[in-house]
Design a protein around this ligand. Sequence first.
Ligand SMILES: *Cc1c(COP(=O)(O)O)cnc(C)c1O
Length: 549
Amino acid sequence: MPLYQHLVRDLRQSFPQPVSDRVHDAYFVFSFLRALDQLDAMKSAMPMLGKPEVLDYAAARACRMADDPQSVEQVTGKLVEHLSGMFIWGHPRSQVNVVPSPTIPSIIGGLLPSIYNPNLVSDESSRKIAVAEIEASSIAAALVGFDPEKSAGVFTFGGTGTTLYGVKIGLEKACPGTMQTGLGTPAYVVCSERAHYAGRTVAGWLGLGFERLVEVPADENNEIRTCLLETMCRDLLKQGKRIAAIIATMGTTDAFGVDDLAAVVEIRDKLVDEFSLDYVPHVHADAVIGWAWSVFNDYDFAANLLGFRKRTLRALAGVHRRMQYLGQADSLGIDFHKTGFAPYVSSLFLARDAADLQKVARAPESMPYLFQSGEYHPGQFTLETTRSGGGPMAALANLLMFGKNGLRALLGHLVSMAEDFREQLEGHAATHVLNGGNFGPVTLFRVYPDGVDTFSFPQREQTDPALRARLREYNDYNRHIFALIQNEALQGRGVVISLTDCYRETSYGEQIVALKSYIMSPFSEEHDVENVLESIWKARARIAAEGAP
Ligand SMILES: *Cc1c(COP(=O)(O)O)cnc(C)c1O
């Protein structure tokens, strides 16, 4: 037998068998099980797999392809090593960011398509996985208040992708024919200064340019100032400029601010009349984080059958107050891989009117090798060609598993832990909650040394330029606190939180550093909240003892 045939024969063992072979199936499953075992052995009390690792990029750049194949076992062993030092987001002592721990069904939902490779470009190549995409889209559409009969959804490459679809469709409405002839007239994207930078990315990539992103100031609750939105849109229209899209942020990344979408839509409609516009500026809701709160749209807050306590109920109702109008957006983005507890990447773009997607479609003649049969060809309008079935299958898994009450309970639990944390921070003289007006699972706060009057100082340092030096000093103080807490957490004793360099700017243009606790673990309990507080007091004492600020 020539050598190559030996190699092919051996390599066949590394593929799932095309025809049922129970012995080989067992080998496949066992190979995966071994990897899971190795990962399990890397778990400890620390919210991390293995140990903290120094990342050696020089060695990584020196990597080359070997001459000969390696076995499945050798390779998986090496892959597992790459997870050493990785945070366990689902650990109750991990409160870092809006990164969830995926559920078991959603992991399986992501895994199954990776064995059989359905391609969502068309139902020719994805069959019932295409149906899964429609199912997940319809469930989500009904949740947020779209008519599932009229709306359409497509899974894409992240929250940024959802914003890209929204703005691209809006651009085609404001400047029809752009898809065909290119951008003739400049067009603008309007959003809040607290909006995610995805809007900027999209403005750049669509050829509008960063400079055509108009950022409207936000208020103290991190919501777009709607009166200024109106003024700034009116100014653009007065100058004869076109608005490709207004982005309403429904849950900001850092603070969980929620824009007043109903007011945004009302202002848009008023301006269409006032200027007799020949198009309707597209309103896209960046709801990648906030969408999940839609499960409370038909929750009876008065009866409160799930038994949330008062403070939690108030927090949930505070978000519901805004989120109930999500259905008024022309399109929106959902990240199941954030507040939907699915693995990366599972992002859904939903258009209220399915016909909007045709605005960005290519003619079938331009894709002669595709779409020869079947009836569902999202590839005609998607930016991507190949799309994985992992996103929709993972999303569907969780939508099925949770049901409304499951997701309500989970969000309610996270919010209740966050409220617990806030209550404690508010009760202490040395700490101040910065986003007290936002009711999500994230708390931004500052810690001060002894002797600072936290009843008035936190407000004053945000507005009084005479306090610039002290603001900077306390920025450093909070960075120092963060470093100590982080260090302790990595020893397996505390809780991993995070730090944001710029919660926002003071009225005199300085960045305000904040500590951030983002509670996403379903395993969080009161004592984990206590742990964060203990770490804070320990860090404060340590700094005081060192005689630092
Ligand atoms: C995370 C986030 C995005 C970007 O989403 P990805 O899924 O990370 O691409 C956009 N908008 C908001 C508000 C976000 O929090």
